[in-house]
Design a protein around this ligand. Structure first.
Ligand code: 5GP
Length: 236
């Protein structure tokens, strides 16, 4: 088995596997915010994010959204299809919060109906600048057809996740997903969908249940992630 480290990001490491078309993603306990300006290690966080991501990918596959997910192979290890990642952060917003409120005259907590799709260029050194359709096409990041597909997938992911979270007493405020192309050129959901990449508010109390707890020091990050994982995985 060749487990060569291929790539280490801020919170995950990607290794080669025994199959050329499959990779192993290890969800680490590192947590960062503000383009890596704030960082810590929270033992146990990687496992919660891996288990939640696996559950959500499984759910999405069942609803017709192609993902890279194959199987969980250990507490924080996920086997995935090898994708060529597209350097875009596709953000879907149901409620105004975060950078939308900081950069535009939205009032925090305002419902956005229909949901907004915002696509950023994934590059910390450029501070993930927001793109528009023309820039995405001019940079050759997606074809026009793929851009339509990415937006359709993003809205479908939103529908499926909103339904799940509403049943769990959680409001899906916004989330970020990333896509890649598999060996056949087919677009699939990659990366992760976890408490690091979603903004979640408790419907009853309004409390943050996501990385905002870390970003803005709102409480116990591990306990919060554990609580959300339990609700999603049905271990309450
Ligand atoms: P905002 O633009 O308000 O900072 O983020 C919108 C949503 O996308 C939030 O749920 C946030 O967690 C997620 N998001 C935006 N950028 C990143 C990023 O670089 N990494 C991760 N993990 N999530 C991000």
């Amino acid at each position: 088995m060749t487990e060569e480290l291929l790539y280490a990001g801020k919170a995950k490491s990607v290794y080669g596997s025994d199959r050329a078309d499959e990779l192993i993603v290890v969800f680490r306990d590192d947590i960062t915010a503000f383009d890596g300006g704030k960082k810590d290690v929270i033992a146990g966080k990687g496992e919660f994010n891996a288990r939640v991501s696996a559950r959500l990918y499984d759910l999405l596959e069942g609803r017709g959204i192609p993902t890279h997910f194959i199987a969980l192979e250990g507490p924080a290890r996920m086997r995935v299809r090898r994708l060529k990642m597209i350097p875009l952060e596709v953000i879907v917003r149901n409620i105004a919060a975060g950078s939308l409120v900081r950069r535009y005259p939205f009032v925090e907590g305002t419902p956005l109906d229909p949901p907004l799709i915002v696509i950023d260029y994934k590059d910390d050194s450029l501070h993930d600048p927001m793109l528009n359709d023309d820039i995405i096409l001019a940079l050759g990041l997606l074809t026009r057809e793929e851009l339509g597909e990415v937006k359709r997938f993003a809205l479908r992911v939103n529908e499926v996740l909103q339904e799940l979270f509403a049943d769990l007493g959680i409001q899906l405020v916004d989330f970020k997903i990333e896509f890649g192309r598999d060996a056949d050129g087919k677009i699939r959901l990659g990366d992760e969908i976890s408490m690091d990449s979603m903004r979640l508010w408790d419907i009853r109390t309004g409390a943050s249940l996501d990385k905002d707890v870390y970003r803005f020091e709102k409480g116990d990050v591990l306990a919060t992630y554990g609580q959300v994982a339990s609700r999603i995985l049905g271990e309450d």
